[in-house]
Design a binder for this molecule. Sequence first.
Ligand code: UDP
Ligand code: MG
Length: 303
Amino acid sequence: MSKLSVIVPCYNEEAAAGRFLQETGRVLEQMTMEEERKKRELSYEILFVDDGSSDGTAEVLRKLAEENSRVRYVIFSRNFGKEAAMYAGLQEAEGDLCVIMDADLQHPPALLPEMYRRITEEGYDCCGGKRQGREGDGVVRKTLSEMFYRVYRGLTGMKTESGCGDFRMMKRTVADAILSMKEQNRYMKGIFSFVGFRTCWIPYENVERTAGVSKWSIRRLFRYAADGILAFSTLPLKTAGFLAAFLLLGGLLCLFPGKNLAVGIVLLAAGLQMGYLQILGSYLARDCMENRHRPVYIVREKG
Ligand code: UDP
Ligand code: MG
């Protein structure tokens, strides 16, 4: 008997939670019936995480859980952010498979059966939905997002792509690997790439939010982007080296007879300082990474 946990981070989703349960519940019921036909057993739970909503989300969740024994909920003491809500969900979930979904139905539940099939029958550890197009977003948002992914890949060497978000179904081993990343400042896309595992993608068309409003202002997105880079790249700390080399070279050239000796000395002094900044940066970068106590390796399977 396998169990699927559907984890749903909710921040001010009183208008969406009921609809979500209705639509997703229907798909999950179909999946359990399909499994029964194949002489296999599948059960599920829907785990809402109320991320400190200021509207009536908590009451709605209590009511949904009362009416439906498959529904459970966790209510945060304040807003900790979606990353924290996903972490809590994975920790609380009982399933041998977990899937993270947005409450606003922007992650189509219709994809769940195919995700499940890919993992249980094709041997993938993780299967994500890849959003195609983003009609709802303006040109500025779209361009900024594309720029971010390009810079991000360059800085971190990771293969994060636009459209590949948190909508992913995963085996327990993957969920546990994610939980073994103990950092406070959690950037889930980076964490997903860090832990590895065999992952496949199912494309889906971008859908508009069913109810309520998006919680992501441009400012919040910028902060999120900065978090992502700081969490997975120490390259910015180490850029002083290039400048140091440049300044030292310039300084040396100025020392040749007939050139400007004073400028040469100033450049050399600046270059030396820059060089020491590079050394400081390198130690700091190492300390930064060590302090996160990330796992040294992650096992996929043992015999
Ligand atoms: N969310 C959350 N905590 C937050 C912000 C958002 O749990 O601080 C949840 C939100 O309720 C939704 C999901 O994260 O289920 C995605 O948020 P949203 O739909 O606002 O983002 P968008 O789809 O606009 O990127
Ligand atoms: Mg949304």
